[in-house]
Write a protein that binds this ligand. Structure first.
Ligand code: HEM
Length: 363
């Protein structure tokens, strides 16, 4: 026989979130309780928040490194050596910063690929989510590049030299752009200051702002339900039976678990493969093979395929097409309603980028 206490209806039992969090705090957090489709439970739907997680690690470890880093030609390399070899746990913080940057880039690429091949940029207003996302991708790459130049070792010195030269081929503004990067004809003290200013004062706030707008767009325009109309009606049936899948606490806790696992992987990578010191920058000795970081391999290979200015113009055109992709895709769908030209073209493009990356890696 049930007592009055036992007979308390199940819907008045405290939710999981109320067990975990004190009531007042839960009240405030319930504003985060966005209803989501159940398709969000798929593991590759966490990839969007991962660049954000690694960005937070970058900011935290970056602040620690900035306590010791000295942005000038004479001091940059030596201060990085000091951090790596003399500061207590300096090698670890630097290695976490390095590996977390790699993770941030990997997951930005994976997230963009997922969004692209599931057609998640389609639907009302989601073109804006895509465009802000693409700006995040470009800013993330620039954020990483400017950080890499700060070490002021041979490859990073020649990397920024080549980058400035490539920029000089941009029609009309090219020479000004190259001059702006270098401040003069050679990479020097002011170049290092500029890279530091970009890496510390410009990209982190820009990324914060863009992430904020991106998340606002995701909430305003909703998330995409993958698949055809049949999948959508299945989703609607599940919603009718079970109600929506909740962002808080279900999805937030699932993401927290993924953060913890990948945080652990980053720590293990930092311990197993710590950041190294290579040869310091020497403007008089050009290295035999100048290569950018792996995330620019495809771009580098592309530029080798054409005469300099044509390569740059075509690259600019491609970047423009990707930025406007939701509209290009809409146009292609009008042109051919039965064949998914957009999805085939984007899948082929991803394959070509992968192949060019591998070719450049083994070249
Ligand atoms: C720092 C970089 C980025 C962060 C922190 C971020 C964050 C997120 C988050 C948390 C979501 C919610 C769903 C999910 O997790 O997949 C999302 C969705 C989305 N993102 Fe990003 N994103 C970033 C970069 C990008 C890039 C590079 C693109 C595309 C070029 C992009 C386009 C989109 C689109 C279209 C959606 C809606 C997806 C859907 O409806 O399923 N984002 N983003």
């Amino acid at each position: 026989m049930s007592t009055e206490h036992e007979a308390t209806p199940s819907h008045s039992q405290p939710k999981l979130s109320e067990h975990v969090l004190p009531g007042g705090l839960f009240g405030r957090l319930s504003a985060l309780d966005e209803p989501l489709p159940h398709s969000m439970k798929r593991w590759f739907w966490c990839w969007g928040s991962l660049p954000g997680f690694f960005f937070m690690i970058q900011v935290t470890t970056g602040i620690m490194l900035a306590f010791f880093y000295k942005p000038a030609v004479e001091t940059a390399f030596e201060s990085v050596r000091y951090i790596t070899e003399e500061v207590r746990y300096g090698w670890f913080i630097r290695s976490i910063h390095m590996w977390s940057a790699q993770m941030m880039i990997i997951f930005v690429f994976l997230h963009a690929t997922r969004v692209l091949i599931t057609g998640a940029y389609r639907g009302k207003g989601r073109w804006l989510t895509w465009m802000v996302g693409f700006s995040l991708l470009v800013s993330t790459l620039m954020f990483a590049f400017t950080g890499y130049t700060l070490i002021y070792e041979q490859l990073s010195y020649w990397g920024v030299t080549v980058a400035a030269n490539i920029n000089s081929y941009v029609p009309i503004v090219g020479p000004y752009l190259a001059d702006f990067i270098r401040y003069g004809t050679e990479v020097g003290d002011i170049t290092v200051s500029r890279m530091f200013a970009f890496h510390v004062f410009i990209f982190p706030p820009a990324l914060c702002g863009l992430i904020g707008i991106h998340i606002f767009c995701v909430r305003k325009f909703g998330v995409h339900i993958p698949g055809n109309e049949n999948d959508i009606s299945i989703e609607q049936q599940i919603q009718k039976q079970k109600g929506p899948y909740h962002f808080f606490p279900q999805h937030a806790l699932a993401e927290l678990v993924v953060f913890l696992y990948l945080g652990l992987v980053t720590i293990l990578l930092a311990i197993a493969f710590p950041a190294q010191m290579h040869d310091p920058a020497n403007p008089l000795v050009t290295p035999e093979h100048i290569k950018p970081e792996w995330y620019f391999y495809a771009t580098f290979r592309w530029l080798k395929l054409f005469p300099a200015q044509i390569g740059i113009i075509l690259l600019g055109g491609l970047v423009g097409v990707i930025f406007c992709w939701p509209f290009v895709d809409r146009f292609l769908r009008k042109l051919s309603p039965k064949v998914e030209i957009g999805l085939w073209a984007s899948s082929a493009a991803i394959l070509v980028i992968l192949i060019m990356t591998v070719i450049e890696a083994i070249a």
